[in-house]
Design a protein around this ligand. Structure first.
Ligand code: NOJ
Length: 750
């Protein structure tokens, strides 16, 4: 009876809570519907009052600059703000300066339309997080979302309300410098990370003063630039475009991203900025994107050298008709759009639609309610580099570390080590730890790796530093001191890699080995025969075939951000056990590029037979595959099992495996699920990632990890380009990377 009573009151309690939630969410829903309606009405009212020039002003974005005296604006552009000819500004920094510019727009223009302020907030704003490629190696979607959240909190405290991120270009050619800005080579993981980043920037509610507009870029297929050369031609099949390059953009639309940026490249002869199929038919038509589209920097003007427009006037016409809403920095819309409308070549409906979308975004941010809501000097002081943000950056830097090699358990360093040599061109650098696109991050606020190591060691342990050589160049004068330093110590930590200008935009490299004479330095130092650990600071996969022969351990730290030094020190001394996994393949040889785990089998898969798909002078296998990363402990996989060997169309199966921690440390493992469709109406990759779980397993313990695989997860673009699963035989794989896996078979029934 008592039980009954308590159960019934519990039921009542739960029902009451459910009712409250339903009631509250229906209020929230109707509030958001009515807010949408009132924004739409306000926008129409405003649009009706606007002259054509004022409308085109809203479609024009100019940059601010940084002078010795602080932020500044070209006087010409300032005048354009005053006269309503510029509706958006980027790269303006500081709450105070943005307030000043906003005040100009509000108090001097006829219609007092607020400006929107954009910036490349890519991996942190002032507190710099690891580069996006590094963050992706955490496989930790919550942490990635939080990193974007922190960036938005800091940027919005400085007046910024629009970031040119996330960059969601799938990239499979590590020569391309911009692989550093994305989430790697895999589309499935890329979609999840794209969503997490959009959510992090935009938060739950855009009207909050600490949320900012996200911008999915670069639409589309910029990552497929021929030979990894930036801005180069892209020519991918429709199937590859839809299957590999477009899904992360669609994921951004689904996550509510309010803006998109066109890419610099052409696809099959049509540059994105003039590509109506891409911008209007796919993005707006097929995906129902409601936000606005900005060009990349002067990319309307670049339609001329691309060779599809004779002059700027024609370029402006092509872009407007393709569906571009805002011209970044090129002033083409400003100079030619009115005439194009007046001559009847561009219907005013294109202009009205673009302005509608831009004003709607400004209204969604709450700028019409309070244009200065992002300019709060007090918040700026409180939020930038606050302890909570530094701590998130530290955690993210640790999670991004990937242990590539650890012979003789060289890492973590043993307690018996009393003298440590810290050698290498990046050991004492601060600026390089920030990496490219470091927004307003300051090198002066970064602790170098050698200093972080000095701080981390107990009294009685000595650190001896030698630079050895420069990142690039061929001066060997420092080698002798480096070798002497190694000889007198018990262990060597080499800090090698690229400097921050070697990746990012316009930073393609034809040779992606360690630059300069760093391999020689490692070889010289290794002659001291001390446990030698290489820590890498870089923005792309490198060819490490030579380096891995001369060192005992390799810790890939990427450009790790403001707190990178401490993260590395924590890992080297064992207070953090690395768990990152590569999201881009590390080639064994430059000539293998492009190389990625989900390649096709070919009609002549590699074998001992000469006439099969392989090189005469290099292996087919990469040095470190996608999904790979070691831990201080060891994980062993066994007992892959399927709850059924048959999956019904519309149904699912459950796949599980046991993972045992057989080493001496507690550790996290990213357990990965891959699938191969053995035969389809078109060929399918040898493996495709379909799921993953990051689990903590205590030493000596084991865990069963299971995945649900649905038939819809097996869908692809078939011979007729319809997206659907096809019945037949499949293989499923579970493992700690894309190469070393357990496998089982199942069939998808018709
Ligand atoms: C050019 C880059 O391609 C793009 O990613 C960036 O957002 C803009 N410049 C603005 O800085």
């Amino acid at each position: 009876m008592i039980l009954f009573k308590s159960r019934s009151s519990k039921v009542f309690f739960i029902a009451a809570i459910a009712f409250c939630f339903a009631f509250q969410s229906s209020i929230a829903f109707s509030k958001s519907v009515s807010r949408k309606a009132s924004i739409a009405a306000m926008v129409e009212e405003l649009l009706a009052k606007m002259t054509l020039d004022e409308k085109i002003g809203q479609m024009t974005l100019f940059t601010s600059h940084w002078a010795n005296t602080g932020p500044t604006m070209d006087p010409k552009n300032l005048e354009q703000i005053r006269t309503g000819k510029c509706g958006a500004v980027f790269n303006a920094i500081s709450a105070e300066y943005i307030r000043q510019l906003q005040n100009t727009a509000i108090s001097e223009t006829r219609l007092k339309i607020p400006l929107i302020f954009g910036h490349d907030v890519i991996h942190g704003h002032r507190t710099i997080f690891p580069i996006p490629l590094a963050e992706s190696c955490s496989w930790d979607l919550n942490a990635i979302e939080q990193a974007a959240r922190v960036a938005a909190i800091e940027a919005s405290a400085q007046g910024i309300n629009w970031t040119f991120a996330p960059m969601v270009d799938i990239a499979r050619d590590p020569r391309w410098g911009r692989v550093s800005e994305g989430a790697g080579e895999d589309t499935y993981l890329g979609c999840l990370i794209a969503k997490a980043r959009v959510k992090g920037f935009q938060g739950e509610d855009l009207t909050k003063p600490d949320t900012i507009l996200a911008c999915a870029k670069h639409f589309a297929a910029y990552g497929a630039a021929q030979a990894g050369r930036d801005y180069h031609t892209v020519d991918v099949s429709e199937r590859t475009l839809f299957e590999t390059y477009l899904p992360p953009f669609k994921a951004c639309v689904d996550a509510g991203a309010r803006t998109f940026m066109t890419s610099f490249n052409e696809i099959a002869g049509v540059p994105s900025t003039a590509n109506r199929d891409l911008l209007t038919n796919i993005l707006r038509g097929l995906w129902n994107f409601q936000g606005f589209i900005v060009t990349d920097y002067t990319s309307i003007n670049e339609l001329i050298p691309h060779g599809i427009a004779a002059d700027e006037r024609e370029a402006g016409k092509l872009s407007a008709l393709a569906g571009v809403d805002m011209d970044m920095q090129g002033a083409v819309f400003m100079n030619h759009l009115a005439e194009l409308v007046n001559s009847g070549e561009v219907s005013v409906k294109y202009i009205d639609n673009a302005v509608r979308r831009i004003l709607t975004a400004k209204a969604e941010l709450g700028l019409f309610d309070d244009p200065f809501r992002y300019c709060d000097v007090k918040r700026e002081k409180e939020k930038l580099m606050c302890p909570r943000h530094l701590n998130s950056a530290l955690e993210m830097a640790k999670k991004s570390l990937v242990l590539l090699k650890n012979e003789k358990n060289a890492l973590p360093l043993k307690k018996s080590v009393k003298k440590i040599a810290v050698i290498g061109p990046l050991a004492d650098s601060t600026a390089d730890l920030l990496g490219n696109w470091h927004a307003v991050g300051l090198a002066s606020e970064v602790v170098s790796i050698v200093d972080a190591i000095r701080k981390a060691v107990p009294v009685g342990v000595d650190i001896h530093y030698a630079k050895g050589c420069d990142v690039n160049g061929n001066n060997r004068e420092g080698f002798r001191k480096a070798v002497e330093t190694a000889r007198k110590c018990d262990a060597v930590i080499l800090i090698l890699g690229e400097n921050e200008t070697m990746s990012g935009e316009a930073a393609s490299r034809a040779d992606i080995d360690l630059p300069g004479i760093q391999n020689e330095l490692a070889e010289a130092v290794s002659k001291a025969k001390k446990p030698t650990i290489a820590v890498l600071i870089n923005g792309r996969p490198l060819v490490l075939t030579r380096l891995q022969k001369s060192v005992d351990a390799i810790l890939e730290a990427w450009f790790p951000g403001t707190m990178g030094g401490k993260a590395i020190a924590d890992c080297v001394f064992g207070s953090y056990n690395p768990a990152g996994k590569l999201t881009m393949t590390f080639p064994a040889h430059l000539g293998q590029i492009p190389i990625h785990y989900n390649m096709k089998n070919t009609g002549r898969p590699m074998s001992d037979n000469k006439y099969t798909s392989k090189y005469l002078d290099a292996p087919n296998e990469p040095l470190y595959p996608f999904g790979y990363g070691l831990s201080y402990t060891k994980f062993s996989y066994s007992n892959i099992s399927l709850d059924s060997a048959e999956m019904k169309m519309g149904g699912s199966i459950n796949i599980s495996a046991d993972i045992a921690n057989t080493g001496n440390y507690d550790g996290e493992e990213v357990v990965q699920l891959y699938v191969r469709d053995i035969s389809g109406s078109v060929t399918r990759p040898v493996k495709e990632l379909k799921g993953f779980k990051k689990v903590l397993i205590e030493k000596g313990k084991s865990k069963k990890v299971s995945f649900e695989l649905k038939s819809e997860d097996l869908a692809f673009y078939g011979i007729d380009m319809s997206f659907a699963p096809e019945p037949g035989k499949f293989q499923v794989f579970v493992g700690g990377n894309s190469r070393d896996t357990l496998s089982a078979d199942f069939a998808l029934l018709p």
